[in-house]
Ligand binder design. Structure first.
Ligand SMILES: Nc1nc2c(c(=O)[nH]1)N[C@H]1C(S)=C(S)[C@@H](COP(=O)(O)OP(=O)(O)OC[C@H]3O[C@@H](n4cnc5c(N)ncnc54)[C@H](O)[C@@H]3O)O[C@H]1N2
Ligand code: MOO
Length: 409
């Protein structure tokens, strides 16, 4: 049977996902990186009142044709308004941000004004009516939608909410994600290696990526290649976690138990995808927990997490669908060298792209492309994405690239 394409796999996963609904109220100061669980409408106008955009003088525009000298009858500061009415031929010294006096309609900036010896002021300017006034509601109107449900709260959205006086916000509770590595050969970082053993770097990578996504990580450690232990640990994890992510043991070897145990304890949605790296990837459920079985090869584990698990976690965590669809957009770039590509699987080569002196994007693959060769990853800044039916690519051809999003930077 033909393997699923990445797009088909993403569709199958997406069809099984129901975003979390549990919410909590948090103060704005503790809301960074959380997902907003309600649409936010502005309780006020911004600006809340007409105010001056410049340090200068507030005048009645029509007076400019009748008077050459104006009496300065008061001062208006930001936070300290001039509350009286201005009469004909009068003006008010005004500072940036100060409320416009009731019957003034124009502000002339200080640089256009000349102070006369008798204490009056004259203006050189040809201003138009309404000049230098920031209007009430010009930025945001009371009742306007300022933030969609499912937006990530960050350094641009949170100050916006602060400017509206919003002190608390309803956010989705973070997903609980269990991680575990499988394989008799694995040793935790920090312990000496014996012959035939390797360090468990995948669990470390998974933890880092989940922390970047601000999810709750439940670390189930290393699982030896024993199907009974697999059953035990998977069952335990499925009781508390919303999502279980494993690495290794998902291929066809005699010690590859992930898929069979997943089938036994729950159900398997699909297994194997026409992508490279990342062919042996399993998706299914145990009880309410969604399970992602990533391949053991470190590059394959990271690539499948990025391409398949990341969007699923964003959806489950409550991020809105438009933002999930856009989680890692594609660009095109000219490849500087020929690329080896076998027909049959969509390829995600690791590459480095940059803007050249003519303003064109160019890309070069980084290092060897084997799925066990992790060292090239940290010198890369994008995937070079080659279509399933594409063969070798000649130097100078345009290829699709996918710049790494914040997950890998
Ligand atoms: N006969 C076949 N053999 C393999 C196939 C196949 O289709 N037919 N697929 C190959 C591909 S492609 C991949 S990818 C791997 C994936 O296999 P598994 O998911 O079963 O992974 P393991 O066999 O457990 O491990 C593969 C490799 O990765 C190392 N590893 C495992 N876990 C970790 C970890 N936590 N940290 C660092 N490195 C890890 C492990 O020692 C192996 O070297 O299967 C191919 N075989
Ligand atoms: O699918 Mo594997 O990840 O090519 O080595």
């Amino acid at each position: 049977m033909a393997l699923l394409t990445l797009a088909q796999a993403l569709e199958k996963i997406s069809a099984c996902l129901t975003p979390l609904t549990e919410t909590e109220l948090v103060s704005l100061a503790h809301a960074a990186n959380r997902i907003c669980a309600e649409p936010i409408y502005s309780p006020i106008n911004v600006p809340a009142f007409d105010n001056s955009a410049m340090d200068g003088y507030a005048v009645r525009f029509d007076d400019l044709t009748c008077f050459s000298q104006f009496d300065i009858v008061g001062k208006a500061f930001a936070g300290n308004a001039f509350e009286e009415d201005m009469q004909a031929g009068q003006c008010v010294r005004i500072m940036t941000g100060a409320k416009i006096p009731t019957n003034a309609d124009t502000v002339i900036m200080q640089e256009e004004a000349v102070l006369n010896a008798d204490g009056t002021v004259s203006f050189n300017s040809n201003v138009s009516v309404g000049a230098n006034i920031r209007r009430i509601g010009e930025d945001i109107q009371q009742g306007e939608l300022v933030l969609e449900q499912g937006s990530k709260l960050n350094v641009t959205s949170l100050p916006l909410l602060a400017s509206l006086g919003i002190a608390e916000i309803k956010v989705f509770k973070p997903l609980k994600v269990a991680i575990l590595s499988t394989g008799d050969e694995l040793v935790p970082v920090g312990q000496p290696l014996k012959a035939g053993q390797i360090y468990d770097s995948n669990r470390f990578a998974l933890r880092l990526m989940l922390e970047k996504l601000h999810l709750n990580v439940m670390d189930y450690g290393i699982l030896p290649d024993d199907p009974h232990l697999f059953e035990q640990r998977f069952t335990e994890a499925a009781q508390t976690a919303d999502v279980i992510i494993t690495s290794g043991g998902v291929s066809v070897g005699e010690a590859d138990f992930t898929k069979t145990v997943l089938e036994k304890l729950g159900n398997i949605g699909f297994w194997k995808i026409a992508m490279k790296p990342g062919k042996p990837f399993a998706f299914g459920q145990i009880g309410k927990a969604h399970c992602f079985g990533l391949p053991g090869n470190p590059v394959s584990a990271l690539v499948t997490f990025y391409q398949l698990v990341q969007p699923a976690l964003l959806t489950l965590a409550g991020v809105n669908a438009k933002k999930v669809a856009d989680f890692s957009p594609y660009l095109t770039a000219c490849t500087m060298v020929a690329l080896k590509k076998a027909v049959g699987r969509q390829d995600f080569q690791r590459g480095f792209y940059r803007l050249n002196q003519s303003g064109q994007l160019e890309v070069t693959p980084v290092g060897a492309q084997g799925s066990h060769i992790f060292s090239a990853f940290h010198q890369s800044n994008c995937f070079i994405v080659l279509a399933q039916e594409q063969g070798d690519v000649a130097a100078g051809e345009q290829v699709m690239i996918q710049p790494f999003n914040t997950l890998l930077s």
